[in-house]
Every structure is written in structure tokens, then in C-alpha cells.
Ligand binder design. Structure first.
Ligand code: FAD
Length: 809
């Protein structure tokens, strides 16, 4: 066995083999895969082998589409058959909501170039003849689905990788990992030690064990999964003969089942409600190519519906039942990328659909390792989207929930209950008592809106405007006309100190840093000049800065900062997490309210827009920012958590006669929309340049140096390829939710990033991107909402306070 390699990949399932192949394709041939048994010995060998391109996250859908398009190339290069059966797939809707969901899915696929369409139940019979028509309303047709041979495909990746120079060692178990002081790794196996630069965890069912070798607990859990293979069904053969084709793939949401042809019979798989986790704490190393005991009782409720929906299947004999485990992350998407805090340790885990996603995972990870960037927007799969709050038991609750909802719709206003409440502030009970409907923001409970009573504090889930509508309106009105208070705990907050703090921070940010006592909005770019951060920075003192960003991106950003911090100890960055939390007060009466709570002078002259000050507020030592995301006069007040309750009670008491009202996250997002403010991970993502995103004011090209500056200069010189636009939509009772296609002059050319109803300006609003070449003031805009093209018009100025006088008053 070789004793050195540039990269060691642990795990020879479909994912590890795909990463291996893609690294060779990128030109890294000194790469080695270690497999404790034979290739495919984890979940891979007993998979049903189905593949499809559809995914709720459009960026993940694109990588799935790449995976599906890869198989022919793989067969060609390796000479190994993947056993490909490409056939159309249909998704059947048995309720009006599922029909709406399918229409939305077709619309979202349009700008990705997906050729899906809505067809009638009658037309669906052309692909799947067993449908009992009366149960269904329609279907989605996806021409790009199919199934393959899982083992053949894994060996095809492996062979193609070997042709590219890679080495594969089977029967080689990695037993431990040691990092040397220079950041390189010693991989200790049952056959000796391999020294390497990078380690990739593609351990599949053993991903947790491999993670534990470097002291991390990855949020993955395996679930048992069953599918049946029927005996031959005469009607299957009859269909093949008369139609001249195989029966297509089917998803029946009502029966939580998927079906496809296998020989002259069918495969029927179920994502049942009573799903069962497998090996909740540790995966035994002794587990090999074996199956789990089937438990038909567990899937009986789904089978009952499937047999009602497709009566022909009821009389078919069952040839075999496969029950095997495979892993999921809490949200069902993979965990890919460099692991924060572990130099050159990469994750390729939690891939629940290896044959739809494995190629995309291999591509993104190999780009990342070789070029330093995944090359796509892979936030939906980034291992950094989870922090250490995603514990093993939290993961267990969420994975079971996700499994049971695999074929369920998630409505845009739907909050999922499992594993909650997890992180709460001292105000949690107080908010609940006042009718708060809480949401889960990456493990953190956040008030979304306030109902008039506890009894009414529940979302009626829907694609349409719902029961929160009048209450959010009232919250916005209170802010715009008097004063409101909201919790702003769910921001990331950092302190940056040390003699090198200013120089380092400046090298990260496109904007010049603020002077002492001032705030500055600072985008951050990667080396390709794409937006990877959007921060508010305060200079608190010489050598001390405070910084606020997106809470869900804290691990993502810390990973980046760790790579760029000077190694001489001259800069320290401390993420506060929940050790600094806050409240924001906003509205024309917020200054009067703040003045009642402090003996500092907070008049407009003494405490200006974008000022920062450390002062006592309601007897509490606080950092106060004169800025709010509402775009109104307002303040963010940050305190240690033990003082937050005191601060809140004082604000409510002092604001009573000013008409103070609680407002939640939904009102906050609505008000930022009325100001056309962008938001991280919607308008600002690593696929957009700063000029495309309209951040020109915050990007200095003629002052300091920073990462991505050369690319930013080029973007400006060449002209941005995309343009962020703001629109007023002629919506009916349903506003945009995000990812809808934008039609310009009758053609889909762009997509919505976010939007909703602007309650104070009483307009339905949307933000999105279109290619710059289509941008004309007189262009005819339409947005497809739930299958209907609604007229929209370009809005150049924010509809609320276009001259930004309120923030500065
Ligand atoms: C019943 C069933 C049906 C399925 N149907 C489908 C389907 O239709 N379509 C689809 O896309 N997906 C399907 N899947 C899921 C699919 O199987 C997985 O997505 C895929 O196999 C994951 O591959 P992997 O490489 O990540 O993990 P694994 O296949 O688990 O591979 C991990 C490998 O790592 C090795 N390993 C672990 N630790 C070490 C170590 N320390 N040293 C050396 N080697 C190590 C293991 O031996 C194993 O071979 C199904 C799964 C099941 C169980």
C-alpha cells in the first residue's frame, strides 16, 4: 500500500467514489480511497437506484441535474455499464394543495431549464397505467428520471478514477486520524499509515464514527428504509408491449410511496410515518452487506393507500422486501465542504440520494479542494449550515420528522415542531404569553408574529395569504406610526480585537471601516469577487471592533475567518453566539422612548444615524447601534443575556403611552422589503457579484486592498452580467415566496429571490435577478406564482420613504 497521497478519501460508497473520480478529473491524480470492506459495502449496494433532478432547493436541483447528465460520460470513460434506464417520472397530486405544489415546482424549474410540465390524470396513464383516476387531480411530468444499477455505477466511478491515476485500497479500515502541527494528516489503518494533505470523510453509514476520530459530532442519522419488489405482473408486460416502453417512475404523495418497473414487476418504496432510526448512537463496524429485518406492519398504512390508488398492485405477489439503512442530515440535504476548526478535513456525508446527488457532491467538493471554491452556490448542502447546537438527539428528532415528511408539502409559513424549542432567550415565555407564534431559526426560537390571544397563536399553513396577515399589518403600522420592539437575538455577533484587528478586518471588507463610534455596512467577497458576507461593523475603540452578521452563517463565516486570520496572534475574533443578545426598537417615537431609558443624550444631533455607542440603557450596560433593518428611525440595543428581560420590561413600561407594540420577524422582513433592503442568502449569495447585487455604494475600488478586489474591478469594468431588480406585483391572494421565475417580454430569464406583502405600503413586492441584457425600463415583467403569470412592474425607488429621511430624522 502507498504510504503517502495528496488526498485520502475514507469510504468506497457511491459518494466516496464520485469524489475520487472528480478529483482526478480536476487533475489531482495522487489521490487514494480507503474502504474497510468492498466497494458499495455501506448503504450503496442495496439502494433502489432511482434518480431524479427535482429538489426543493434550486441550487441542489442543479447539482442533481448534473449527476443525472454524468452517467453516460462515466460509462464511456470507464467502459463499465451503470445499468441505466432513463424514463420519465410523474408525481401524482391527490389534493388541491399538492396540485398547487406541483405547479410551483414546474414554475421553479423553468429558470433552471427543467422541462417539467403539468399533465392531466388521463395523460399520466400513458406513463403509469394502474392509476385509479378518481383519487387524483393531476400530475407533474419530469422527462429526466430513471434508475440504474447502484453497484455498477459505483464501480464505474471507481474505474474512471483509476484511469485518472487514483488508487483504491479495499479491506483497509481507517482506525484513527492524527493531525500533525503543519496541518497534514496521518491516517492510521489496519494495514499501516498513510500520510496526506487532505482527508475526506465519505464514511456514509459510519460518517459519525469517522467524524469522531477528529473530535466532531456530525448531525447525521441512519433511518431504516423499505421497498418491495413484486412478482411479475401481467399488466406490466402488457403495457410494455402496447406502449413500447417501460413504466415510468411514480411518486404518490398521498401514499408516501415511490414506484418503478423492475423486470416484469414493480418496485414500491415507502417513506412511512412511523419511520425507525437505525443505530442511533454508533454504527457497528461489524455491519456488512446485510439487510435488516423487514417490518411490513410499519408500512401497512401507506401500502393500504397505495393499493387503493393502484388496485392492480394489490393482487401482485411480493418477491422480496428490502430493508436497509441510509443516512440523513436534519434537513435531508447532504453535508459537504471543509469542516470549521479542522484544517484540510472535508465532509461528503449525509447523502440520502446518492444516485441523484453523488455526482454533484463530487463535483462541488473537488472544485472546493482544488480551486478553493465549490464553483456553485451550495449553501443548501454546506456542512457549515449546522453548528454544535445540532446535537445527536436533536438530529434524531429532526431526521425522523424529515423522513416522515419526505413526500409532504412544506408550506412557506409552516414551522416544523420536532426538536423544539431548543435555544430560547429569557423572553420566550413572555412572548408566548402575549400570543407569539414562534419560528425556528437554525435552532433558535424567534417570534414570527403576535396573535391577539394565545388561543389564536397558530399559523394556518397555506400558499396563500393566511391568518397572520391582519396582525402583521398591525405590527408594521405600529412601527411606522409610533414605536415597536422586536427581539434581535438571532444575529451573529463578533468582537475583533488586537493590534492587527483593523488591518485584518479591512483586508476582508469592500467598504472602508468606520471611525470610532460609527457603524459601516461592509460586504465581504471571496477571491472570485462573489458576495460571501454582509456585515454591520462598529469601531468601539482603537484595536476593538464589534461586528454583526447572519446567525445561520456564523460557522460558515468563522470557517472563512480562520483561513484568513494572521497566524502571529495579532488579531482575535470572538463569536458571541447567545452571549450577546438584543432588542430593537423602531419607529418615529423610538428616540423618545430611548431617551426615557438613558441619561445619555440621544438627540438627533448627539446620536446620529449609523452612530454606535456603549451606554447604560434601563440600568443595563449596552452596545447601541443607531440603525434598524426596518429602515425607520430606530436602535439595536445589545446586552448580556441575563439583562435582556430587565431591558424588555423597561422598554414596554416606558413605551406604554407611546403605543409600543411587539413585532415579529415577519413584520421585520416585510418592512425591510418596503425599503428594498437585501438579505443574506436570498439577495446576497456567493453566486452574485457586488455590482450585480446593487451594493455599489459599499464597494470601494480606489482605496484599500481586500480579497476579491481585482474581481470586483473587473465586474465593474465589464459591466455586471445580472441585475438585481425590485418589483411591485399585481398579486391576487398569494405573494411570491422566492424562486419563482421572472418572465421578461414573454420569456423566462430571471428568478425571484424574496418578496411578500408590503403591509404599510399596501403592495405586493418582490426582489430578484435578471440578466442585464434584458434590463429595460419599459420591459414587460411577469412573475409566475402557483402556475399563474401575474403582471409586475419595475419599482426603482423603495415605496416607503424613498429619500431615506426616516432613518436619518
Ligand atoms: C433501501 C434503500 C433504498 C435506497 N434507494 C435509493 C434510490 O433509489 N436512489 C438513491 O439515490 N439513493 C437510494 N438510497 C440511498 C443511497 O443508498 C445512499 O444515498 C448512498 O448509498 C450513500 O452513499 P455513501 O457513499 O455516502 O455511503 P455508503 O454507501 O454507506 O458508503 C460508505 C462506505 O464507507 C466505508 N467506510 C466507513 N468507514 C470507514 C473507515 N473507517 N475506513 C474505511 N472505510 C470506511 C463503508 O464500508 C462504506 O462502504 C437507498 C438506500 C437504501 C438503504
Amino acid at each position: 500500500m502507498k504510504t503517502t497521497a495528496r488526498v485520502v478519501i475514507i469510504g468506497g460508497g457511491v459518494v466516496g467514489c464520485s469524489v475520487l473520480y472528480h478529483l482526478t478529473k480536476k487533475g489531482w491524480s495522487d489521490v487514494m480511497l480507503l474502504e474497510r470492506d468492498q466497494l458499495t459495502s455501506g448503504s450503496t449496494w442495496h439502494a433502489a437506484g432511482g434518480f431524479h433532478t427535482l429538489n426543493g432547493d434550486p441550487n441542489v436541483a442543479m447539482l442533481q441535474s448534473y449527476t443525472v447528465s454524468l452517467y453516460e460520460e462515466l460509462e464511456r470513460i470507464s467502459g463499465q455499464s451503470c445499468g441505466l434506464h432513463k424514463s420519465p417520472g410523474i408525481m401524482l397530486a391527490d389534493t388541491p394543495e399538492r396540485m398547487e405544489f406541483l405547479k410551483m415546482t414546474v414554475a421553479r424549474g423553468r429558470y433552471l431549464g427543467m422541462e417539467t410540465e403539468i399533465i392531466s390524470v388521463k395523460e399520466a396513464l400513458n406513463y403509469f397505467p394502474f392509476i385509479e383516476e378518481k383519487y387524483f387531480l393531476g400530475a407533474l411530468l419530469d422527462p429526466n428520471e430513471g434508475h440504474l444499477d447502484p453497484s455498477g455505477t459505483t464501480y464505474a466511478y471507481a474505474k474512471a478514477a483509476r484511469i485518472g491515476g487514483a488508487t483504491i485500497e479495499v479491506q483497509t479500515k481507517v482506525e484513527s486520524l492524527e493531525q500533525k502541527p503543519d496541518g497534514t494528516w496521518r491516517v492510521i489503518t489496519n494495514k499501516g499509515v498513510v500520510e496526506c494533505e487532505h482527508v475526506v470523510n465519505a464514511g456514509g453509514l459510519w460518517a459519525r464514527e469517522v467524524g469522531r476520530m477528529v473530535g466532531i459530532e456530525l448531525p447525521v442519522l441512519a433511518m431504516e428504509h423499505m421497498y418491495l419488489v413484486t412478482d411479475d405482473i401481467p399488466e406490466v408486460e402488457a403495457f410494455n408491449k402496447s406502449a413500447g416502453k417501460e413504466i415510468g417512475h411514480v411518486i404518490d404523495f398521498g401514499a408516501e410511496s415511490y414506484l418503478r418497473q423492475e423486470g416484469k414487476g414493480m418496485v414500491l418504496g415507502v417513506y412511512e410515518q412511523a419511520g425507525k432510526p437505525w443505530s442511533t448512537k454508533t454504527t457497528p463496524w461489524s455491519f456488512g452487506q446485510e439487510l435488516l429485518q423487514p417490518d411490513l406492519d410499519r408500512i401497512a398504512p401507506s401500502l393500504e393507500i397505495a393499493f387503493k390508488h393502484f388496485p392492480t398492485l394489490e393482487n401482485a405477489g411480493i418477491k422480496r422486501v428490502i430493508n436497509g439503512p441510509f443516512t440523513f442530515a436534519p434537513d435531508g440535504n447532504p453535508l459537504v465542504g471543509p469542516v470549521q476548526g479542522r484544517t484540510n478535513f472535508w465532509s461528503a456525508c449525509g447523502v440520502m440520494a446518492g444516485f441523484s446527488q453523488g455526482g454533484g457532491v463530487g463535483l462541488a467538493l473537488s472544485n472546493w479542494m482544488v480551486d478553493g471554491d465549490p464553483g456553485f452556490d451550495i449553501w443548501g448542502m454546506d456542512v457549515a449550515r449546522y453548528g454544535d447546537w445540532a446535537t445527536r438527539t436533536y438530529t434524531n428528532a429532526k431526521v425522523r420528522e424529515n423522513y416522515s415528511r419526505r413526500f409532504r408539502i412544506r408550506f412557506p409559513n409552516e414551522e416544523l415542531p420536532a426538536g423544539r424549542p431548543l435555544q430560547t432567550t429569557s423572553l420566550y415565555d413572555k412572548f408566548i404569553e402575549q400570543g407569539a407564534v414562534m419560528g425556528d431559526s437554525w435552532g433558535m426560537e424567534t417570534p414570527l408574529w403576535f396573535a391577539p390571544s394565545v388561543a389564536e397563536a397558530k399559523d394556518v399553513v397555506s400558499f396563500h395569504r393566511s391568518n397572520d396577515f391582519p396582525h402583521i399589518k398591525a405590527e408594521c403600522k405600529a412601527v411606522r406610526e409610533a414605536v415597536g420592539v422586536t427581539e434581535v437575538a438571532n444575529f451573529a455577533k463578533y468582537e475583533i480585537t488586537g493590534p492587527g484587528a483593523e488591518a485584518w478586518l479591512q483586508s476582508q471588507m469592500t467598504n472602508t471601516l468606520p471611525k470610532t463610534g460609527r457603524l459601516q455596512l461592509c460586504p465581504m467577497l471571496n477571491h472570485n469577487g462573489k458576495i460571501i458576507g454582509d456585515f454591520t461593523i462598529a469601531k468601539a475603540a482603537e484595536e476593538r471592533f464589534m461586528m454583526w452578521g447572519s446567525s445561520q452563517a456564523q460557522v460558515y463565516h468563522m470557517r472563512w475567518f480562520e483561513q484568513t486570520l494572521p497566524t502571529d496572534g495579532s488579531v482575535t475574533i470572538t463569536p458571541f453566539g447567545m452571549k450577546l443578545i438584543g432588542l430593537s426598537i423602531a419607529g418615529p417615537k423610538s428616540r423618545e422612548l430611548l431617551q426615557r431609558l438613558t441619561d445619555d443624550d440621544v438627540s438627533g444631533e448627539a446620536f446620529k444615524f449609523m452612530d454606535y455607542r456603549e451606554m447604560e440603557v434601563a440600568t443595563v450596560r449596552a452596545h447601541v447601534n443607531r440603525v434598524t433593518y426596518t429602515g425607520d428611525l430606530g436602535y439595536e440595543i445589545w446586552v448580556a443575556p441575563e439583562y435582556q428581560r430587565r431591558l424588555y420590561e423597561s422598554i414596554m413600561e416606558a413605551g406604554a403611552d407611546l403605543g409600543i407594540k411587539n413585532f415579529g420577524m415577519r413584520a421585520l422582513l416585510c418592512m425591510r422589503l418596503e425599503k428594498n433592503f437585501g438579505t443574506w442568502f436570498r439577495e446576497f449569495r456567493p453566486i452574485y457579484g457586488p455590482f450585480e447585487a446593487g451594493l455599489d455604494r459599499f464597494v470601494k475600488l480606489d482605496k484599500h486592498d481586500y480579497i476579491g478586489k481585482a474581481a470586483a474591478i473587473k465586474e465593474k469594468a465589464d459591466g455586471p452580467k445580472k441585475t438585481r431588480i425590485f418589483m411591485v406585483v399585481d398579486a391576487l391572494d398569494c405573494d411570491v415566496m422566492g424562486d419563482e421565475p421572472i418572465w421578461v417580454d414573454g420569456k423566462v430569464v430571471g428568478w425571484v429571490t424574496s418578496g411578500g406583502y408590503g403591509h404599510y405600503v399596501e403592495q405586493s413586492l418582490a426582489q430578484g435577478y435578471i440578466p442585464t441584457e434584458y434590463f429595460k425600463p419599459e420591459m414587460k415583467l411577469e412573475i409566475e406564482i402557483l402556475g399563474e403569470r401575474r403582471p409586475a412592474r419595475l419599482q426603482m425607488d423603495p415605496p416607503f420613504d424613498p429619500e431615506a429621511k426616516r432613518m436619518r430624522m
